[in-house]
Design a protein around this ligand. Structure first.
Ligand code: SAM
Length: 327
């Protein structure tokens, strides 16, 4: 069924909205940590590793003067990474009001206890909104097109329904210029499902995380029914405690193609570390971020349990079809 705007029309039940609210409230309630609190976190090295992965993605794909769209930007933890890439313009959108407020504070350079620094060199627009429901192409019509879009540790929140997954991809595709790049990180469904198969019941984890699938989950149903709305509860110490959804990667890849977004690469975080930690500039970056010991380059400071959490994620790069206009 088509609505007047020519989009496929899906019925969203009330529970979808409730879950989106749950996710938003969870992130909104997370307060900024002091530097001391952050350093004392049981997953501090995992946080540093994830920052390194995002930094590498940004350094590899953002170019000087780029217009960058950060979907689900959170508290603006990546602002400094974009600044280092010397982008020309930044738009950040997140559903959590509290996070957007923190992001604004950080952008304005006030009370930034993590990095006392001068203001950012690029102009920015920060908005609170649901990236997987709102027609961002309309809201951001005056800001588009973007050269690069980033969606870090967040695209899986769109996978609660087909409508939301499609809205996410339609927004990204409409806002990117031809030849523009989408970079991101999200849970690696293959790793999670493999762990579930080896688990005794519907839950597994270690000292820093646990994942629990809903009672109604069954492998048979998983294989035969819709690839959307496969929900589990994710708990990561000092970071996450909310519902998330499995994103079967082959479905993500083919759905993205429908929106002219072609896969360039996808790598599990373990493989990503293995591949990029060979390059001197990225070893150096890892050391500066504090995610690597002072010794040789194999000496990661991550605990075994943190390293297992890293394995739950993958990094991806997609490119919007078409060639950029020559100027
Ligand atoms: N991208 C940031 C980063 O890497 O630091 C934040 C990652 S945090 C794990 C996930 C973020 O996704 C949260 O800030 C949350 O509010 C946001 N989010 C979840 N669902 C969203 C939605 N429907 N629209 C916009 N943001 C959403």
């Amino acid at each position: 069924k088509q609505n007047p705007e020519g989009d496929a029309h899906f019925l969203e039940d009330e529970s979808t909205k409730i879950f989106a609210r749950k996710v938003a409230d969870h992130y909104s309630a997370r307060t900024n940590q002091t530097l001391e609190e952050r350093e004392a976190s049981p997953i501090i090295h995992l946080k540093k590793l994830n920052n390194w992965i995002k930094s590498v993605l940004i350094q590899l794909h953002a170019r000087r003067g780029d217009a960058a769209l950060d979907l689900a930007c959170g508290k603006g933890g990546d602002l400094i990474k974009w600044d280092k890439a010397k982008i020309g313009y930044y738009v950040g959108v997140d559903i959590a009001e509290g996070s957007i407020e923190d992001c604004r504070t950080r952008y304005n350079g006030d009370a930034d206890h993590h990095q006392r620094r001068k203001k950012f060199t690029f102009p920015a627009r920060l908005l609170c909104g649901d990236c997987y429901e709102t027609r961002l192409d309309k809201v951001l019509a005056a800001d588009a097109p973007f050269d690069i879009c980033s969606c870090q540790f967040a695209l899986h929140y769109s996978w609660s329904t087909e409508a939301r997954a499609r809205r996410a991809l339609a927004n990204i595709s409409a806002l990117l210029r031809p030849g523009g790049t989408l970079i991101g990180t999200m849970p690696d469904a293959n790793v999670i499902i493999k762990k579930l198969r080896n688990a005794e019941g519907l839950a597994f984890g270690n000292s820093v995380y646990w994942i629990r699938f809903d009672e109604e989950f069954s492998e048979k149903k998983f294989k035969s029914s819709s690839p959307f709305g496969i929900k589990y509860k994710f708990h990561l110490e000092d970071a996450v405690d909310c519902p998330e959804w499995i994103v079967p990667f082959h479905v993500f890849k083919s759905l993205a193609e429908e929106y002219d977004l072609e896969l360039v690469f996808a790598k599990n975080s373990h493989e990503f570390v293995h591949d990029y930690l060979k390059k001197p500039e990225y070893i150096d970056l890892m050391r500066r971020l504090g995610a690597l010991g002072d010794g040789n380059q194999d000496q990661s400071t991550l605990s075994e349990d943190e390293w297992e959490v890293a394995h739950l994620y993958l990094a991806f790069v997609l490119r919007k079809r078409g060639q950029p206009d020559r100027t």
